[in-house]
Design a protein around this ligand. Structure first.
Ligand code: UDP
Ligand code: UDP
Ligand code: UDP
Length: 457
C-alpha cells in the first residue's frame, strides 16, 4: 500500500437511517481507493442493521472492522435509538482508545455521525485528526440544526438567514416544548454551537434539490464560521444492499406482474410505528384510492419485536382478505431501493425520512409526503418546493389526529394522476444521476475532499 493512501474511519451512530448512508459513503470511498475502517456501536438496535452489516463485510472483506462494545443501557425507557445514542456519547474513553490504536496505515480523517460531536471533537482534537460529519438528513435540516440553539419555545416561525422561513407547525415538536427532557433536543442544543469545531460536513443531497440551503450554509449566513458543507449525493443504492435475505423477493416478483407506473408504494421508514387506528384508515384509504398498492405495515419501532405479530392481528381478517385483491401488504423488511426502482411503481407515500426521499429522487418517483416526526416536515417541504411531491399540511404530526380513509384515498389518487409531478420527478432523477456520473458534481466533490484529506499534516 502506498504512503499517500487515505485512511478513513467511518463512525455512524444507531439505526438504519444512519447506517445505510454511512455504508453507501464507505462504498464510494473504497471506489476512490481509500482505506476504510468501520467502527460500529454494538449491539445494533435492529436486526436489519446487523444483516446489512454482514452483507457489507462479505462484499468488502478489505474493510477493517473495530469492535466498539457499548455498555448496557442504564434505563430501558424511551426511544431505543436514543438510548443507544446516549450510550455512544458516554463512551468517549472507549472511542479514544480505539482511535489511538489505529496506526497502519496512519489515520487521515474521521467521518462521524452528527450525534457524536461533543464526545468526539475533544478526542480527534487531541489526536490531531480532522473530523468531518456525514449529516444523514437534508441540508435544510442541517441549517436548522446549526441554528437551533438560538430558538425559543415561543418562536412563531424560524427565520434562518438565507433559508425560507419555517412555519411553527413544521418545527420538530421537541423544540417547542420548554424544559423538554427530550434526548434529541438536549443533544441538538449542546452540539449545535460546536459545528464550527468540525472540519467539514458531507450531506447526501445535490445542488438542484437544495441550492438555497447549501448556498446559505456555505456563504456563512447560517453560522458565520461554518466549515465547508459538501453535497455528495444522491448516494446510489449499492450492490451489497440487494435482496437475498430480505422478504425472499416476493414484492419484486409481484411488481413484475403489474402495469408500468400503476402501483403506489407506501412505507414510513425503518422506525416509525403508527397506531392501529391510523394503520386501518390507511388500509381503507388504499382501497378507496382505486390504485394498486405495495404497503409495508409497521407497528413496532424495533424490528426484533415485530416478528411476533401477524398482519391479521393489526388489520383484522376481513380487511386483509379484501386488500389481497388489489395489492400486496408486507409486515417485514423489504428491499426499498429495488421497489422504488421498479417500473411498476408510480408513486410513493413516504414519511420523508431523508434516505427515502433521496431514494425516490434517484428513481424519479413522485412523493405524497406524510411526515411524522422530527426533520420530516422540513424534508417534505424540500420535495414540494422542487415540484416532484406534495404533502397535506393539515395531517399533523404522528398521533395528533387520525387521518381518515377518505382523505388518504383522495390524496393518493391525486398524486398518482398528477402529470406535472411525474415530469418533475423524471427531471430530478436525470439531474441526480448526472451529479453522480463520471466527472459529475458528486464525484468531483468527493475527489476534492479526498485530495484535501491527503494533504492534511
Ligand atoms: N420517533 C420515531 N421515529 C423517529 C423519531 C421519533 O418513532 O424517527 C418516536 C420516538 O420513539 C419517540 C417519539 O417519536 O417515542 C418522539 O420522538 P422525538 O425524537 O421527537 O422526541 P424524544 O423521544 O427525544 O422525546
Ligand atoms: N428501508 C428499507 N426497507 C424497509 C424499511 C426501510 O429498505 O422495509 C430503508 C429505506 O430504503 C431507507 C432506510 O431504510 O434507506 C430508512 O431511512 P429513512 O431516512 O428514510 O427513514 P428512517 O427509517 O430513518 O425514519
Ligand atoms: N436527525 C438529524 N440529523 C440526522 C439524523 C437525525 O437532525 O442526521 C434528527 C431528526 O430530527 C430526526 C431524529 O434525529 O427526526 C431521529 O433520527 P432518525 O434517523 O431516527 O430519523 P430521521 O432522520 O429519518 O427522521
Amino acid at each position: 500500500m502506498s504512503d499517500d493512501v487515505v485512511h478513513v474511519v467511518v463512525l455512524p451512530s444507531a439505526g438504519m437511517g444512519h447506517l445505510t448512508p454511512f455504508l453507501r459513503l464507505s462504498a464510494l470511498l473504497l471506489h476512490q481507493h481509500c482505506k476504510v475502517t468501520l467502527i460500529i456501536p454494538q449491539p445494533t438496535v435492529t436486526l436489519s442493521e446487523s444483516q446489512l452489516l454482514s452483507r457489507f463485510h462479505s462484499t468488502f472483506p478489505q474493510v477493517n472492522q473495530l469492535h466498539f462494545q457499548l455498555p448496557p443501557p442504564t434505563s430501558n425507557e424511551g426511544d431505543p435509538l436514543f438510548q443507544r445514542v446516549e450510550a455512544i456519547r458516554a463512551s468517549g474513553p472507549i472511542l479514544s482508545t480505539l482511535l489511538s490504536s489505529i496506526s497502519s496505515p496512519p489515520l487521515s480523517v474521521v467521518v462521524s455521525d452528527i450525534f457524536m460531536i461533543s464526545t468526539l471533537v475533544p478526542i480527534t482534537h487531541t489526536l490531531s485528526l480532522p473530523n468531518y460529519v456525514l449529516f444523514t438528513s437534508s441540508a435544510t435540516m442541517f441549517a436548522f440544526f446549526s441554528h437551533c440553539s438560538t430558538l425559543s419555545a415561543s418562536s412563531d416561525a424560524v427565520e434562518i438567514p438565507g433559508i425560507s422561513p419555517i412555519p411553527r407547525s413544521s418545527i420538530p415538536p421537541v423544540f417547542l416544548v420548554p424544559d423538554s427532557k427530550s434526548v434529541l433536543r438536549n443533544i441538538f442544543m449542546e452540539d449545535s454551537p460546536k459545528v464550527t469545531k468540525l472540519h467539514g460536513f458531507l450531506i447526501n443531497t445535490f445542488e438542484a434539490l437544495e441550492q438555497q440551503a447549501l448556498e446559505a450554509l456555505n456563504a456563512g449566513k447560517v453560522v458565520s464560521e461554518m466549515p465547508p458543507v459538501f453535497s455528495v449525493g444522491p448516494f446510489a443504492p449499492c450492490e451489497f444492499e440487494k435482496e437475498g435475505q430480505w422478504g425472499n423477493g416476493k414484492p419484486l416478483r409481484w411488481l413484475d406482474d403489474q402495469d408500468s407506473g400503476s402501483v403506489v408504494y407506501v412505507s414510513f421508514g425503518s422506525r416509525t410505528a403508527l397506531g392501529r387506528d391510523q394503520i386501518r384508515e390507511i388500509g381503507e384509504g388504499l382501497m378507496r384510492s382505486g390504485c394498486r398498492f405495495l404497503w409495508v405495515v409497521k407497528d413496532k419501532i424495533v424490528d426484533r419485536e415485530e416478528e411476533e405479530g401477524k398482519l391479521e392481528d393489526v388489520l383484522g381478517v376481513e380487511l386483509v382478505e379484501r386488500m389481497r385483491e388489489k395489492g400486496m401488504v408486507m409486515k417485514e423488511w423489504v428491499y426499498q431501493s429495488g421497489i422504488l426502482g421498479h417500473r411498476a411503481v408510480g408513486g410513493f407515500v413516504s414519511h420523508c425520512g431523508w434516505n427515502s426521499v433521496m431514494e425516490a429522487a434517484w428513481n424519479g418517483v413522485p412523493i405524497l409526503g406524510w411526515p411524522q416526526h422530527g426533520d420530516q416536515k422540513l424534508n417534505a417541504e424540500v420535495v414540494e418546493r422542487s415540484g416532484w411531491g406534495i404533502w397535506n399540511k393539515n395531517w399533523g404530526w404522528i398521533g395528533e389526529r387520525i387521518v381518515k380513509a377518505e382523505e388518504i384515498g383522495k390524496a393518493i389518487n391525486a398524486m398518482m394522476n398528477n402529470e406535472s409531478l411525474k415530469v418533475k420527478a423524471a427531471q430530478v432523477k436525470e439531474v441526480g444521476r448526472k451529479a453522480t456520473s463520471v466527472d459529475g458534481d458528486c464525484e468531483v466533490t468527493l475527489h476534492k475532499i479526498i485530495e484535501e484529506w491527503k494533504n492534511v499534516e
